[in-house]
Design a binder for this molecule. Structure first.
Ligand SMILES: C[S@@+](CC[C@H](N)C(=O)[O-])C[C@H]1O[C@@H](n2cnc3c(N)ncnc32)[C@H](O)[C@@H]1O
Length: 379
């Protein structure tokens, strides 16, 4: 698919008020970068943080935007990273006004005393370009010769998208990952621009949205985004909704080929500082329960998912290890959450175990068919 396609994209002048779901997203990014920088620097010495929809770098009450969160995370710990040879920050922002604000914030954090579009002190390199992500980011990635070394790409598209080909180029690059935030309702509503959608999703299956009932359109598009990430080449894709008590929703997709990456991303999700009024939701939970960000997670959605999985399995059974794998790769929960769920399901007489050894990977867990009064617990 060509990069030359002109598409509208959402473009607005900031700075904006920091919405709770954006604050939650920033907490997760920050926690994840605290793990990503040291692991990748130790292994490769060179890392690239690439952001295609960079914003202004600042929100209306002085809160940091995502590129500043990332750069400050590296600068703060730079002395600890003895193996660091190069850390590149390749940033693109479409709106000139926002790009200038961001350049100002970069200048402040780098102590340059002037707006920064290009900076290089021999180790830390920053390039900011004003233009469309789909044109400018591939150019920056090529010019900076970052292919063959790890890239973490952030695409906060808010109603736009990036070409599936760009995702594929990153997915197939060494130890590279994508965090993609999307608004499926945008494509659920505006589905007549086929050329744009085909470039973003990489094929035409997303167009079936037109045939879906209104309430199913959003989920169809969200699943298409997940399929696009998998087809691009990511072995593992996590997808969840970041929402607010007011009902605003953002879908976050994280794609990686590393099982350790999945583990670290989930740690970031569950250990991020809570944000008042924001939470997240596993899209597979039949109840669509919004979970407040909390260090002690509410496991009810996972209990429902595990019991549902068992009911639909041959002999209504799976081993504990299979349930852990499912949890690790297909839900927003961690494998370590499984034992507590099984203990609760056993107490509620929804499962039975021949040995009662819930911690043993080889133990077979069998679902009891739910009694009518238990059906409401399962959704
Ligand atoms: C929600 S803001 C970004 C927020 C930022 N990532 C953060 O979390 O602090 C989205 C930005 O993308 C910009 N934008 C919209 N379409 C774009 C495109 N095609 N290429 C690059 N930037 C774009 C908008 O001008 C806006 O500043």
């Amino acid at each position: 698919m060509p990069y030359h396609y002109e598409w509208p994209g959402v473009s607005m002048k900031g700075p904006w008020d920091l919405a709770p779901h954006t604050a939650a997203k920033h907490k997760i990014y920050g926690k994840y970068l605290d793990a990503w920088f040291p692991i990748l620097i130790q292994r490769y010495g060179e890392v690239t943080y690439a952001e295609g929809f960079s914003g202004c770098g600042i929100y209306s009450h002085g809160e940091e935007g995502s590129p500043i969160i990332a750069l400050s995370r590296l600068l703060r710990r730079r002395r600890e990273f003895s193996q660091l040879q190069r850390a590149r920050f390749l940033l693109v922002e479409k709106e000139r006004h926002n790009a200038h604000l961001l350049a100002g914030e970069l200048g402040k954090i780098l102590n340059v005393g002037a707006p920064v579009f290009d900076f290089d002190d021999g180790v830390v390199e920053v390039r900011l370009r004003c233009g469309e992500c789909q044109h400018e980011l591939p150019k920056l990635l090529n010019e900076s010769k970052v292919w063959g070394k790890p890239i973490l790409a952030i695409f906060d598209t808010f109603g736009g998208g990036v070409p599936a080909q760009l995702l594929a180029n990153i997915a197939t690059n060494k130890s590279s990952e994508v965090i993609y935030t999307v608004l499926p309702q945008h494509f659920a509503r505006f589905h007549s621009d086929h050329a744009r959608g085909d470039a973003i999703f990489g094929d035409t299956a997303w167009r079936d949205v037109a045939q879906h009932e209104p309430y199913k359109k959003r989920e169809h598009i969200a699943r298409e985004f997940e399929t696009t990430m998998r087809t691009a080449g990511f072995n593992h894709v996590l997808r969840f909704n970041l929402g607010t008590s007011r009902g605003d929703q953002l879908n976050l997709l994280y794609g990686t080929c590393s099982a350790k990456g999945v583990e670290k991303f989930k740690d970031a999700l569950w250990n991020a500082d809570p944000v008042q009024g924001a939470g997240f939701q596993d899209p597979r939970d039949p109840w669509q329960q919004m979970l407040p960000m909390h260090h002690e997670p509410d496991l009810a959605p996972l209990e429902r998912l595990l019991h549902g999985l068992l009911l639909n399995s041959p002999n209504r059974s799976q081993t504990v290890e299979q349930l852990r794998e499912f949890t690790k790769l297909h839900t927003i929960y961690k494998a370590s959450h499984v034992t507590r769920c099984l203990t609760k399901l056993e107490k509620d007489k929804l499962i039975q175990t021949p040995t009662g050894a819930l911690r043993l990977g080889t133990t077979t867990i069998t679902a009891r068919p739910p009694k009518p009064e238990q059906l409401s617990m399962l959704g």
